[in-house]
Ligand binder design. Sequence first.
Ligand code: ZN
Length: 546
Amino acid sequence: MFLPLLACLLACPRAREPTARVEQPKVVVALVVDQLAAWIAAERLPLLPATGGFARLRREGTWVREMRYAHAVTDTAPGHAALFTGKPPRESGIVANERLALGRPIPFLRDEATKLVGDVVTETPGSSAAALRAPTVADRLRAAHPKATIVSLSIKDRGAIFGGGKAPTATLWFDAGLDRFVTSTAFASSVPPWAAPYASHDAVVAARKSRWEILDEAFVKAHATGDDAIGEGDWEGLGATFPHDVSAAKKPAVAFRATPFADEAVLALAAAAVRARDAAEPMLLSVSLSANDYVNHVFGPDSWEAWDDLVRLDGALARFFAVLDHEVGAGGWALVAAGDHGGPPLPEQKTRPWCAGADRWQRPCGGGRRITGEEVVAALEPAAAEVVGPGHWIDGVIDPYVILSKSARDLDPTRREKLNVALSARLAQIDGIASIHLVSKPAACPAEADESVEALVCRSIGDDSPGDLYVVTRPGAFFDVGYVVAKGQSHGTPWLYDRTVPLLARGPGVRRAIVVEGPVSFTAYARTLSTLLGLPADPGFDAARP
Ligand SMILES: [Zn+2]
């Protein structure tokens, strides 16, 4: 299924030019576009203008249409960890976006031993890479070049932390509570001076002051379904139709993330990082752009908003590439780009041309629905009581897990087994659920070539998996992300529309204007990045995985 010898697929300077020494790029950019699905890229990148960032990457580099993750839990934290470690969640340790603490979901990367750092060190717990159990590309660069500049930026902590590794020069993300970019004491006790003018509350407010209008109305209307289609959400008063006025939203710091202004704020920081770098040392600049993900979650990928956001992202990337040209020359920088996972259409989406035949991306042709945690708990409590008696048996649902209570976990093996059977049977009756898997970490999982749901789930479960039953939904069904309840869409399934992303690269040794169909393994991202950084090959990337 997978192409052989992926280490050299994209960047293999020594093999291509055995006698000439290839100039090491001064800046290597690791780009992640959150929720950029392979199917979206295949459909839309060719429609974007020649002046845009994506057209430039396609002209100057290689586009692999299909890169596949080897895990079922296609969410942001597991996806970013997989990109930057070359390992599935089972081995990276990053198995979910959230975990349950005292009955409430908290970010998986939240670390009570750290504090959030804004203007000052706050009393709020920060996030860290403590849960990470595998080295990242950034960690390998730090070991090889102790003085390297390693900067990682995102709107989300889980978008930023893996790109920067355990010892970044700076890792910054946006915190909606403080309404500014922050770091944590895991990485630094202050925001670096070069970032301060772009990270502050005032800078963020300035970045979102204009109304979000459609940039190219003819283009957007030619491709997207109507504005305010059924299923689009109104997030915190941002509204479901253009124009969107962030400053008029109920919570501007929250709604801001579902607008192109969020990416522009991150790219302004990225440009400042390039200008402030130590020119004598190599630089790894990781940039995870989250607006595409929030926009899809709220409005869906066929909305006017999603199409306009893509056009704006394309333009913002072109401008960022011009900054790189100016700072280090067009030949002085390299880039690898991918999505951290894909995503589905809205359940209400009417136009589904892929349903005319067999679909390469397994996109749904009906049966799409949003499953809420409340619905699952309400179904499971009576089912549990029936076999083990009255009590509190279910603590909650954290996509894709059902979490049992302590009293359920403490049941003797016979009653616990009865409970598992009853809960699995009840879950199987819920519309949209495909299969249920008991959470346990076996000594080994099948090799990556095995893409059965069982194997994908096996590689998703680690020592820190936050639940007891792993739920796989049917194509088109998903756990409601809850930004706007009963609206929008979400990812997280093992189906190919969620599990495949594009991979784009440009730089020394990367073939120009080439399209590779794939599928290639998700490890191609870490390997290409390592090659462009001049790091030695990591035998772990190619080893057969347990
Ligand atoms: Zn994501």
